[in-house]
Design a protein around this ligand. Structure first.
Ligand code: CU
Length: 70
């Protein structure tokens, strides 16, 4: 299982969290999504060897959120 983490600075509330989680879980191979609204950190566990970080960050950016990879 691979883990990818990044920050979504303009993720503000539970409905953002729910929408982002739902979108990411619809991506092939994504098994688990954990959001910390305090730190705006998101951690994604997946088992798809073809999935790269950009696939996940682009999906979030397409929804109108910003992404900080660090
Ligand atoms: Cu929100």
């Amino acid at each position: 299982m691979d883990k990818i983490e990044f920050t979504i600075p303009n993720m503000e509330c539970k409905s953002c969290e729910a929408a982002i989680t739902k979108k990411l879980k619809s991506i092939d191979g994504v098994k688990d999504v954990n959001v910390d609204l305090q730190t705006k950190r998101i951690a994604i566990q997946h088992d798809n060897p073809n999935l790269c970080q950009d696939d996940l960050t682009c999906a979030v950016e397409d929804m109108g959120y910003k992404v900080q990879v660090a």
